[in-house]
Design a protein around this ligand. Structure first.
Ligand SMILES: [Zn+2]
Length: 373
């Protein structure tokens, strides 16, 4: 195991943070590469514990000579956000200086690479893949970030940009395990969903806002589109965001199970030498991210849930009530779609318009930015 520290731009005098990465496996540049990070939204801690379990797995696997892939592991992907507190409450999703979501605005460098490579690509797909990987690394290495936030985004992208597989570990407010990936990557990710016991598999090519997982693969998709008639370009990078239940679902047992699920998956796809167990059946089929119904409270009040996370609900069902005890008013929240109730807000007091519940429906009814703002 090698440990590397990647300094960030110091936000103010006397401060300086760094991303810490752990590297395992072959030292050559030709073996496939797996990149795993946790807690990009800093207060989403289940993945951080999973990463610690994975660190121990990978160290043992490396010692046993079983790592066929290079593995880069970043257990604490957002040291800047981890240190944000507001009167005792941790605020890990948005940078307090700029208001920006830590998992948005990752650089899209496909157009820049297309200009760089338009006269250098050829007829050999493997050669093109090597060229693109090198150009991705060089282009990001040449960038000069102005702020701590920009430098954090850039350091994470530099670590992940040449990986074959990127796994980003998040969690939701209150949720069952679910994941986000692209339709193109889904067949390859399906066994991971099965090992993990994922209850909702949400697919989208472009979910909006430039999250990390999409930025790690978007250049490949862009270049394939730009040169589809001229050069063969593989979709050489796949990414997935795993939502490891809710923010309070932090325990040794769950983290150990999730880490084992990831190790089993990496074994199944040959990144780790050995025999993988048969994955259990998929709990629910994949659905479009655009099919998710986001149920908002039309009025303010106390939220009284009628259905639990993980349950399948039907269109027309009352899934929660919003109570105003002054007017004796009970406003029902009614599902408009059939699907798995996979996530809901942790708070039980709604302001008017607040997002309360999310349901994974089958019909791609929404457009524009598809993620939670
Ligand atoms: Zn997150």
């Amino acid at each position: 195991m090698q440990v590397h520290h990647h300094p960030l731009v110091g936000a103010s005098l006397g401060t300086g943070r760094a991303i810490t990465s752990y590297r395992f496996g072959p030292r050559d540049g030709n073996s496939p590469k797996v990149y795993i990070q946790a807690s990009l939204h800093a207060d989403e801690l289940p993945g951080m514990v999973v990463a610690w379990h994975l660190k121990r797995h990978f160290a043992e696997l490396e010692a046993a000579g079983r790592l066929a892939a290079r593995v880069v592991l970043v257990p604490v992907a957002n040291p800047a956000g981890l240190n944000q507190h507001w009167f005792g409450t941790q605020m890990g999703r948005f940078e307090m200086r700029s208001g920006q979501d830590f998992n948005r605005r990752f650089p899209e460098i496909g157009p820049e690479l297309a200009l760089q490579l338009k006269d250098r690509l050829g007829d050999d797909e493997a050669h093109n893949a090597r060229l693109i990987r090198a150009a991705l690394s060089d282009t990001l290495a040449a960038r000069r970030p102005a702020t701590e936030l920009e430098s954090q985004r850039l350091e994470l992208m530099k670590l992940a940009c040449d990986a074959d597989l990127v796994v980003d570990l998040h969690c939701d407010w209150e949720a069952v395990a679910h994941l986000y990936t692209t339709p193109g990557a889904w067949p390859a990710m399906e066994p991971l969903a099965r090992y993990l016991g994922s209850d909702a598999q949400l697919l989208s090519d472009v979910s909006g806002g430039e999250p990390f997982d999409e930025a790690c693969t978007s250049a490949w998709r862009y270049l394939r589109g730009a040169f589809e008639d001229r050069y063969p370009i593989p979709l050489a990078a796949r990414s997935v965001t795993l939502e490891l239940r809710g923010v309070r679902d932090v325990s040794h047992d769950m983290a150990a199970r999730d880490a084992q699920a990831i190790v089993d998956y990496l074994t199944l796809i040959g990144m780790i030498a050995g025999e993988a167990p048969e994955p259990p059946p998929l709990r629910h089929p994949a659905t479009p991210l655009a099919g998710c119904e986001y149920v908002h409270a039309p009025v303010s009040g106390v939220i009284l849930h009628r259905r639990e996370i993980g349950e399948t609900v039907r269109a027309g069902e009352v899934i929660a009530d919003v109570l105003d005890p002054l007017d004796d008013r009970l406003v029902p929240l009614v599902a408009q779609t059939d699907g798995v109730l996979y996530a809901r807000h942790w708070t039980r007091f709604a302001t008017a318009g607040m997002l309360v519940v999310r349901i994974a429906g089958e019909d791609a009814a929404r457009q524009g930015d598809l993620l939670v703002p």
